[in-house]
Design a protein around this ligand. Sequence first.
Ligand SMILES: [Zn+2]
Length: 341
Amino acid sequence: MRPSRHELPELAELERLIRLGAGHLRARTEAEVAVGRYTLPVHVLTLGSEAADAPVAAFFGGVHGLERIGTQVILAFLHNLLMRLRWDPLLEHQLSQVRLVFMPLVNPGGMLLHRRANPAGVDLMRNAPCDAAEGVAWLVGGHRAGPWLPWYRGEAQAAMEPESAALCAVVERELLTRPLALALDCHSGFGLRDRIWFPLAGSRRPIDILGEVYTLKTLFDQAYPNNHYVFEPQSRHYLTHGDLWDHLYLRSRELGDRLFVPLTLEMGSWNWVRKNPRQLFSRLGPFNPIAPHRHQRVMRTHLAFMEFLTRLAGSGPRWLQGNLRSQRHRMDAMHLWYRDV
Ligand SMILES: [Zn+2]
């Protein structure tokens, strides 16, 4: 049995888009989560090229059940693509060269229950089998005390939760098998600005692909000079255990000759609260824009970045070659982000 549209509107909208995209979208249920009398599907959708070596852009949301806006932003992008596919031959051509993967609602049980964690009380973004290399922030960095405290990692030695395992299975199957894969995982709740974070979350050590991340940032800044994002390593703010993207990034490095760039969009929700302090007492809490005009602005703001990632992936290796890929990028990146490490 499914919850009503009123109880979980994001799942209803996702399933409406699956029906709307029939003929273009391929949908599958990666996992199912039981909550009371309901069985909730964790959907994964693919669109575009079926070629085994096609580059991939992938979009994830709803890992934290309170951060509904992350799911909504991805559904808005998917809606945009499906509407344009009715009349836009350039989009059709683009999709013949790139594969898009969507997992817009990773934690439907958490979203239904209005909680960050999954129904078992585990914070999925602390649930991967990797430990931080350095000291983490107390509690927020992940702990094993128990599910009654937020940021619970789950029991040591336990298998990953079904939602985390589903996300990892999709990345292993759809992204890590390809020469080039870009991923964006949409969250909200930290700070005043919209941030694009890259690994590692568990260490202040710069990653091997720092130069490639800096190239991506540079090409976006050149194409969209008025963009408002702060690009930075997640470790600049706090370190955590069990980050799924650390786990998957490190896995991609073991596999060798491929480039996997996982990014996290952390929408700065404190600004929404500052402009509307009553929001702190709202059921949606401080993680989502409540005022309609602010909600609309957030929904359209991030379309350009998602479109950019799609086009960048579609350019294949071109964005990493020649003049675009400056040899100095890793040094520039070290200077920008790791000067004081
Ligand atoms: Zn989050």
